[in-house]
Structure formats: C-alpha cells, structure tokens
Design a protein around this ligand. Structure first.
Ligand code: GAL
Length: 696
C-alpha cells in the first residue's frame, strides 16, 4: 500500500523527455504498411509536428520470424528514416505479443483463466507472467534489440513490453501457483502466519503444507477473501517482476537511455497497484481513453490528476489516448468538436510533457481497424487530421511549460488501489456500491466548487494538505489510522464516507463496531450497515438522497456534531453525517452514498471553517477546471472549460495557447482549454484570483 520509493527512481535528464519542447506523437506500426506509405508518413508527421513515435511494440514476429532467426533490416531502415526526419523513437522491447512459433513450440506459456480455460494465441498478450520459458525468450529478444539499437541516434527511451498485464494479469496456471507460493513464503515466512492472516479456521481451510495452496480458482462458492487479496497483490507484483527483468537487461546494455512502460491509470483498469510500480520506471507514462458522454471530461481529469501524483508532480508521458473513437466499447462514438485538443491539454495541465496517441495511421486490417488514429481511413483531408495539425501547433507554443511541476493543491482526495479491490469483493453487504464511483463523486464535487484537489495515492505524505478526503477507504491499517489521526490532531481536516476503516490489511474486520479503525477518530459507532434494495431511496433532512447505502449510527461522542440526519424509513431521525472537532481540526463522517450533489453540499457546509474548501472566484461556478504548473521563472494556469458554452475570463496573463486575447479578456470556447503564463511573484498571494476571473 505504500508507494515504492515515494516517487520515480531516477529522473530523466533534460533532453530525454522534453528537450525544451512538448513531445508529440503516436504508436507507429510501419510493418502494417507497404514502404511507399512510409515516405508519406514522414511528410505527414512533419506537417503535424510529430517529434516522437513508439516503435516495434507488436513486432516480435517480424523481428524473429523463426526461433533465433533475426530480421532487423526493416527496423534499421525505419529508425534511420525517422531520424533523418527529426523524429525520435521510444523503442519497444517488442515482447508484448509472442509470435505463433513460440506458442506452438511451448504451449505451456499460454495463460489459464480462473475456470481453467487455456487462452489461445490469435489475439495478443497470450503469455503467463510467471512462465520461466516465456521470460527466457522475452529477455533474449530484449537483449538483442538493446544491443542493436542502444547507440542509434533516434533512440530517446526504451518502452518495456506494452500495457503490462492488460490481458494476462490474472493467470491461474500451475506456473502461477508455484510463483504464488514463493511470494507467500516471502510474505508470511510460516504457514501459521498465513493461516492466521487468511482466517483459515473458517470452512476447514487450514493449510498444513505450502504445496496445498492454489490460486483462487473457480470453487463451489465464496472463495477465501484473504487468499483473493493476496493473489491480487501477487499478480500485480508478478507482472512488475517482468518489468524489472526487462529493465535489468536494458540497464546493463543501455544504462543512459531512460526506461518506461505505459501504465493504465484509468477507470477500467483496477487490477494493478501502480503506486508500487513507479520506482521501477525512469519516467511515468500513462494510457487513457475518454469515457464518452458528459462525465468523460471529469473522468479524464481524475485519472490524469492521479497519474501526476504517481509521478510525484514531475512531468510524465501521455503514451496513448485516442484522436476520436475507440473500437472496444459497445457504441464507439467519435469525439465531439474541441475534445481532441481539450483532452490532450487537460493531460498537459496535469503534468504531461508528452502527448501521444494510439496510433499514427488507422489500421486497414486486424482487430483495431475501427479504432481512430492520427491519420484516419479518410486520409489527411479530414477533421481529425486538421485537429491533429492544430494540436501540434498548440503544443509547440507550450514549449515553455515543459519541465515545470504541477502545483500542489491544499486538498487531497485519497486513492487506494487495494480498497478498490477489496470493497468490490463478493460476499459483501451490497454489490451495488462502487469505490471508483464514490471517489470520483467527491472529486467532481470539488471541481464543482472550483476547488483544486490532488488525487493522492494513499501511501504518499498527507503533511502538506489542509483537507484529506478519504471516500470509502475500506482498508485501514494501524499505520494509516495514525496518519489520518495526525491530520486532525494538527488542526487539519479529514472527511470520510461509508464502508471506510472496516478491515485490516488481510481483509479481516476490525471489531467493536464500524467504522472500525476510524471509530475513535470520527467519534461515532455504527452497529449495522443498511444497504438499500434496487429502486429504494432514502432522503436526508438536508434534501440529499441515498440510493445504495445507509448505516445505523448508534453512538455519537460528546464532541461530535450531527450535521445531517436520515429523514425516511427505519433510520428516520438517526444521524447520517457527523463532524467531530478536535481543537481546530475536524473529522467528518458521511454514512450514506449521497452522490456528487450531496458531497458538494457537505463540502460547502465545511467551507466556513476551512479556507481550502472555498475555491477560486473565477471557478466558483464550477464551469472551469483550474490547473497550475510552476516553472523556474513562470507559472502556467490551465483553464479548462467544463461546459458546452463559451466562458469569458479576465486574462491576467499572456495567452500561450487556446485563444486570442480580446483586450483584457479572453474567451474559452466550449470544451476548450486556455493556457496563461504569469510571473512567479503571484505565487502565494491569492494567485489564482489575480490570474483570471470569470466575468458575468
Ligand atoms: C491499448 C493498447 C494499444 C491499443 C489501444 C486501443 O490498450 O496499448 O495497443 O490496443 O489500447 O485503445
């Protein structure tokens, strides 16, 4: 649960990531196209301002067509061609998808699903993370590629595998079983300790030999929760182990070229604890795909914000997003006008110094032929390519932003991968609650109030935050409890919600009443959870509504104020929202799922006491998201229009991109982003208020 090393291990020397300009580009798959298209690609890349591509990600079968037989002629040629055109390369180790000969020779590398199905080749990533055979072949390929290209002038970064664990994270094979046992022995040392942690006295599950332990495969009914949690931790670590193995080969052969792998910090990927991976890359990279519809923009902001905090505020690489539609949702709608540039610049605001897409040229064949690219099927005479060219120009203008750090907010919204895993487990009081929805609800409520917040990995320090919002923080260890108590003891503020503090690190319930580990901090005891049936709604006195979850609070300490009460049903009159005061500090508890609107009102209610919750004048209507980056001698204020209407602001700074000044004002188009540059002297003196104010 703690961040590995707290931040990125080594930072990239200037020049590797940015070289004083925004990086712009895409995954480039020239092996899908005849050579005559390559020249056209170079011309169009120049026209768009592309200066980096990720190459050879899925090229294993082209590079090693038969075991130990290599064909590098095409890759040599394209590396040289890119270099001639001033385009740098983030070169893949090409190990993401093994070629047909490998799985024919060694079907034992194929992963096994929870019900015993062996996954076949024919798609991608059909390998067991713990297979020693696969590992040998992958490291041999990594070594050969590293030796061949380490000195190539186009090379700026190594791209390890691709989206590690995307399709093969949970492997239930015998290889996985063996590796799981070793992982457990390192964690617990003795079987007694493991039996205690997993509560195996229940249902005759007690282990007497390590070899009796299996991955949690399909079983007659509810599987052991401790075993499931450790298998999830193990699986995240097993794929990280593969990352480390490839990284070690690259470090030996090519120590001066930074290494990365593209994370999937996004709402549809909860299985990997990226906070524990950041120490294994030289710079953080992320892939994000927009959720279509009105919530999509805030969803993007949330994950970009978390990525920025995983990168400890330092610049990171947006390795993939889409110019328009993807091909893997049930209906794949194109981006609306303005969204291509808005999405890219929102990532930049949250600290990205590189904006890249999947992929350069939309494929003609294969499973992703309907996924958008920078050059669509229609060709360059298209809306998408015109936007791509415009974005290239805007990124060019944003060169001064590169290398700047994101300014820390005063409010943190905690994010805990393990609480996400465990709160969504089977055999729970309700399967209608969702960790990511709850956390995002509070983040969106803060955006609505015009309050900047950092989405903070739970292992990071809370020291510099005035308010710590911890929605559904389900797992709370003694150590985490103490850190939260410190916040309040220091005169700062904690806000937490239902189903928090319930279990320890083994998913064993804290006894004595809920919210378990947080009971003393909050000064309340909950005797029973009262989840709601589908269609049921419970009103609170304030007008807020719960639709999935309520709780019976039976004890409220003398120093606790009841802020809101249930107004309906069996709980009518009972406390629903409480606040304990400790000196000038406060601990607020929200026992029901009151959604984004309810969260906004709770936060608004606290704002009298808590300056950090008052928001910025110009963002107070919640129409703008404000993001700030701080450079050596300037600050950069990103104002992102969250609405479909134009917004006029007093500009208070030079416009770097996103609009033309009209006297002292500037207009931010619907779904647009404007970037202002101001002097550093405004830092610390109500900086945002002076930068720009919403007019009218
Ligand atoms: C990512 C992957 C890319 C491409 C993209 C499509 O998961 O890394 O190779 O498949 O999704 O959205």
């Amino acid at each position: 649960m703690t961040m590995d090393g707290g931040q990125t291990r080594r930072w990239v020397k200037d020049g590797a990531l940015g070289a004083g300009r925004m990086r712009y580009g895409a995954d480039y798959n020239p092996e899908q196209w005849p050579r005559e298209v390559w020249r056209d690609d170079m011309r169009l890349m120049r026209e768009a301002g592309v200066n980096v591509v990720s190459l050879a990600i899925f090229s294993w079968a082209h590079l090693e067509p038969r075991p130990g037989e290599w064909d590098f002629a095409w890759l040599d040629e394209i590396m040289d061609l890119l270099h001639e055109h001033g385009i740098d390369v983030d070169l893949a180790t090409a190990t993401a998808s093994p070629p047909p000969w490998l799985t024919r020779l060694h079907p034992e590398v194929l992963p096994q699903t929870v019900d015993g199905t062996i996954l076949s080749p024919g798609a991608r990533q059909h390998w067991r993370p713990t297979s020693p055979i696969f590992r040998d072949y992958a490291l041999r390929l990594t070594r050969v590629i590293a030796e061949r290209y380490a000195q190539h002038p186009a090379l700026v970064a190594w791209h390890i595998s691709n989206e590690l664990g995307c399709h093969n994270l949970y492997d239930f094979s015998d290889d996985a079983a063996r590796a799981f046992r070793i992982w457990l022995q390192e964690r617990y040392a003795t079987l007694d300790a493991l039996n205690d942690a997993w509560g195996t006295a229940f249902w005759s599950q007690r282990y007497s030999e390590w070899d009796e332990i299996l991955p949690p495969r399909v079983a007659p009914t509810q599987r052991n929760p401790g075993q499931q949690l450790d298998f999830e931790r193990f699986s995240s670590d097993a794929v990280r182990d593969h990352l480390r193995a490839e990284a070690a080969v690259l470090a030996e052969i090519s120590p001066n070229v930074p290494r990365t792998t593209n994370f999937m910090v996004a709402g549809n990927v909860r299985e990997i604890d990226y906070a524990s991976w950041v120490g294994d890359v030289d710079f953080v990279s992320n892939d994000h795909y927009l959720v279509p519809g009105p919530a999509g923009r805030d969803d993007l902001s949330f994950w970009a914000n978390l990525t920025g905090n995983l990168a400890a505020g330092r610049p990171w690489f947006l390795m993939e997003h889409a110019t328009s539609a993807v091909n893997w949702r049930s209906a794949n709608t194109p981006k609306r006008p303005g969204e291509l540039i808005r999405d890219a610049l929102t990532h930049v605001g949250h600290g990205a110094d590189a904006v890249c897409y999947f992929q350069w040229r939309q494929s003609r064949a294969g499973g992703e032929r309907y996924h958008s690219g920078m050059v669509p099927h229609a060709g360059p005479d298209s809306r998408v390519f015109r936007d791509v060219v415009q974005l290239g120009a805007e990124l060019d203008a944003l060169a001064p932003v590169t290398g700047s750090h994101r300014e820390q907010a005063r409010v943190a919204v905690l994010f805990d991968y393990e609480s996400w895993w465990v709160s969504g487990r089977d055999s729970h009081p309700s399967d209608r609650i969702a960790y990511d929805v709850e956390v995002q609800g509070w983040y969106r409520a803060l955006l609505d109030l015009g309050v900047r917040a950092d989405v903070l990995p739970v292992g990071a320090s809370f020291d510099d935050y005035e308010v710590v919002v911890a929605p559904m923080l389900h797992i709370v260890t003694d150590e985490l409890r103490a850190r939260l108590e410190d916040v309040v003891r220091d005169g700062r503020h904690v806000v937490t919600t239902y189903f928090s503090g319930i279990v320890d690190e083994h998913d064993r319930v804290w006894l004595g009443g809920y919210p378990g580990a947080l009971r003393d901090l909050l000064g309340v005891t909950v005797e029973e959870f009262v989840p709601l049936l589908p269609g049921e709604r419970i009103a609170l006195a304030s007008g807020a509504t719960a639709s999935t979850w309520t709780e019976r609070i039976t004890r409220v300490d003398h120093d606790v104020e009841v802020l809101d009460a249930y107004a309906d049903g069996d709980l009518s009159g009972a406390p629903a929202v409480t606040r304990r005061r400790v000196g000038t500090g406060t601990a607020t508890y929200v026992s029901a799922d009151i959604g984004r609107d309810g969260a906004r009102e709770v936060l608004r209610g606290l704002a009298d006491d808590v300056a950090a919750l008052r928001g910025d004048v110009r963002a107070a209507r919640g129409d703008l998201e404000v993001i700030v980056r701080i450079g050596a001698d300037a600050r950069f204020v990103f104002l992102a229009n969250r609405t479909d209407e134009p917004i006029t602001v007093a500009r208070g700074g030079e416009i770097l991109s996103g609009g033309e000044p009209i006297g002292d004002i500037a207009e931010i188009p619907p779904r647009g982003v404007i970037v202002l540059q101001t002097g550093l002297e405004q830092v610390g003196t109500a900086p945002l208020r002076e930068t720009a104010a919403v007019l009218g």
